[in-house]
Design a protein around this ligand. Structure first.
Ligand code: DAH
Length: 342
């Protein structure tokens, strides 16, 4: 009997060496420990033994059983670990691998690109954002900006009136009034937004367009600060080779006022046969000036103590210049064939 046990043991250990899968292992385990397995058959013969022999035999059988169980258990662990590793390897995913059918990549609207370039340049110079409503008091849009009801310059801007006191803002300048009334100087502000004018939609006009107001209030400001600020973001938009000049102009809310020209980016400033600058070599890009003392006084600031400068940029106009867009309507219609070019 003991010899049979040794045979069962060595056979099982030999078979174990050939087992490659958990299924094979289970078959082997059944053939030893199962109901009609080899050990079971052996145990059935125990009845014929004397009590002493049975005790001795029982001890060896238990030892062998434990040994085989341990060997099978160890092999099961190894097989399971290997199987898990194989599965992990098969399921591994390289998330950095480029997609097989990459989705077409979107881009920012050209006007947004222009706006962000100006915005980020000014933020780098210590400006912060300031916002206000599109429906505005006539007072903020005109009167407090030094444009009283009978002022002839009101005609410069064809206004959508909601009633006698309320308008769709015709420019972002009323944000200057809101800033002066709500903030404590000194401050440097960027104030972008939609503005509205009674205009037929055509290649160069739109009843709604986008402006961006710059407004700086501090002590001892001069035209030099204004020009330096303008030059910095004009260079950020059009490159450092572009020349910037200030030309005397008139706005009720600035004194002195200037229109800002940059050297034509199409002909390089020579003007020779250039349709974009009409032969002048210069392109007008924005209006600006030193804030009129009346405006400061209207908002309770002493113009002898405080100075300010401001500028208003047409974001769509600058975008047209930057990208050579000849029809402003493209920027508002969002035709994908147009937008895809940016
Ligand atoms: N608000 C003016 C307009 O829409 C633009 C402008 C000119 C704004 C001069 C300013 C400025 O702040 O100083 O026509």
């Amino acid at each position: 009997m003991e010899q049979t046990l040794q045979e069962i043991r060595s056979k099982a250990l030999a078979a174990l060496a050939d087992v490659l899968t958990e299924t094979e292992l289970e078959v082997l385990r059944q053939s030893v420990f199962g109901k009609s397995g080899s050990l079971g058959l052996l145990l059935r013969g125990m009845g014929k033994l004397t009590p002493e022999e049975r005790a001795a035999m029982g001890k060896i059988i238990n030892e062998t059983k434990a040994e085989l169980e341990a060997a099978m258990g160890a092999l099961r662990d190894t097989l399971q670990t290997e199987a898990r590793e194989r599965r992990f390897a098969a399921e591994a995913l390289d998330v950095t691998e480029p997609g097989k059918n990459p989705l077409p990549k979107g881009a920012l609207h050209p006007m947004t690109q222009t706006y962000r370039t100006i915005r980020d340049t000014l933020i780098g110079m210590g400006f912060t954002m300031f916002d206000g409503p599109e429906i505005e008091w006539d007072d903020n849009n005109f009167t407090l900006l030094n444009l009283p009801k009978d002022h002839p310059a009101r005609d410069m801007q064809d206004t959508f009136y909601i009633n006698e006191d309320v308008v769709l803002r015709t420019h972002t300048s009323p944000l200057e009034i809101r800033a002066l009334q709500n903030l404590t100087p000194p401050f440097r502000l960027i104030m972008p937004g939609r503005v509205f004018r009674v205009d037929e939609l055509d290649a160069s006009h739109s009843p709604v367009f986008m402006q961006m107001e710059g407004f700086v209030v501090d002590k001892g400001l001069s035209m030099a600060h204004l020009k330096g600020t303008l030059e910095t973001f004009i260079h950020a938009l059009f490159g450092n080779d572009v020349q910037v000049r200030l030309r005397p102009s008139y706005f009720p809310f600035t004194e002195p006022s200037a229109e800002v020209d940059m050297s034509c980016t199409i002909c390089g400033g020579t003007g020779a046969g250039c349709r974009v600058c009409k032969g002048t070599g210069w392109i007008e890009i924005l209006g600006c000036g030193m804030t009129n003392p009346h405006e400061l006084k209207n908002c309770g600031l002493d113009p002898n103590e405080w100075s300010a400068f401001a500028f208003g940029v047409g974001v769509d106009r600058v975008t047209s210049l930057k990208y050579g867009i000849t029809d402003i309507r493209h920027q508002y219609e969002n035709d994908a064939r147009f937008l895809r070019q940016f």
